[in-house]
Design a protein around this ligand. Sequence first.
Ligand code: NDP
Length: 485
Amino acid sequence: MQGELAARTEWDYAPAPESREIVSIAPEYGLFIDGEFVPAADGRQFATVNPATEEPLAQVADAGDADVDRAVAAARTAYERVWGPMPGAERAKYLYRIARLLQERSREFAVLESLDNGKPISESRDVDIPLAAAHFFYHAGWADKLEHAGFGPSPRPIGVAGQVIPWNFPLLMAAWKLAPALAAGNTCVLKPAETTPLTALLLAEVCQQAGLPPGVLNVTTGAGPTGAALVAHPGVDKIAFTGSTEVGKEIQRAVAGTGKRLTLELGGKAANIVFDDAPVEGAVEGIVNGIYFNQGHVCCAGSRLLVQESVADAVLGRLRDRLGTLRLGDPLDKNTDIGAINSRQQLDKIRKLSDAGEAEGAERWSPPCQLPERGYWFPPTVFTGVSQSHRIAQEEIFGPVLSVLTFRTPDEAVAKANNTPYGLSAGVWTEKGSRILWMSQRLRAGVVWANTYNRFDPTSPFGGYRESGFGREGGRHGLAAYVNA
Ligand code: NDP
């Protein structure tokens, strides 16, 4: 089903599909509560599908209020009796074990992630899974050093953490949330996204394999209402959420006045800013990585390209050539660059906003591209002639759609980059170090990448401000969200 993109030469890559034999997907999955897989109390289930083919993969338990209650109770008991009192050096051993098991079973995780999410196997294999393992390794190292981390002489865990994650990096977001929480001595109830529950459940199996005491990690699969029940549960001490700004606001309202700690990692509309002195080839790779990586399902995606007017034609010419070489199709093919859109609902949203872009007068371009007949697909797309008021310059599309604007001066670049309610990330491409510093002092973004884009590391804090949320994940700053100093 490999789609054909433009600029085909006389030869082509042969298909190189990764085998799915390494993964055995059960017909049904239970919730992971108190160290066991159990059905939902009312027996309800939902299907999770392969977005590249629309093939149902498995039936998954749909946690209701009673299940969330059980999971929180199990987490509380484990916190009070086992995990909270356990010395950090002992907790670290479990985290190291989980990290090593993730590495050992990385191929299985990568194939399962690509099947359930639609992302190319090259990304799940080279980015998602290794980074997830790295988060556990990194935080394992902190578990016995918390009193030296600058949180005061004897930092304490907070208690039970309720963690709600999205579908764009299912295992990686689970690792971002769980590793610091567990390292600091908290216990967790994790709510994965409805469309991508399978790797969180495999992670639960890995925790069993690592001998993690029952109740330390609980996974309550389900849809929005399951997340809402977890957020509202009085037995939860801290909520960590990654997802849309809209749901983030709902959660903030639900948590207000309860005394629960809260961190929110929400949407973005990042500017990727290319100056006239930037090396064009490198900048084009950064633009492609910024918005087409993971089908653009990235909160910090460089979805607005701000290019200096004097080099706009050259940069856009190179960009079009490069997009013509991207390969869209089977996520399990190792040569695939662009996989499937995660759900029908997300595809509809991308289509709607792209249509709005055209209706508002922007010019739409995609390389010639044959989309597979089944599944959810959207071609890499570039909009030029975009003005700041257009919806495609303001709203998070969360798909492979780039909006291009131009600027003449650094001041204008800053003004346009900051003209968004979000404040998560930005990119700057220039050969001048002084300009990078000048820009990063003025850009209202939690992360500014210079001459690179979408770089992640567990040691480096990540997070935003304004409508992109608050709190940091990763590094020492991320740990702070899980300790009482
Ligand atoms: P949501 O914000 O709805 O989902 C994120 C997580 O929250 C999921 O686990 C979801 O469950 C859960 N959830 C939904 N409603 C509630 C609630 N009321 N209380 C607690 N938890 C809840 O994102 P969507 O998946 O619906 O995507 C919608 C849009 O959000 C996307 O088009 C994209 O623009 C943006 N988005 C941004 C992300 C980011 O990292 N910035 C990540 C994901 C989406 P369930 O999956 O079952 O709905």
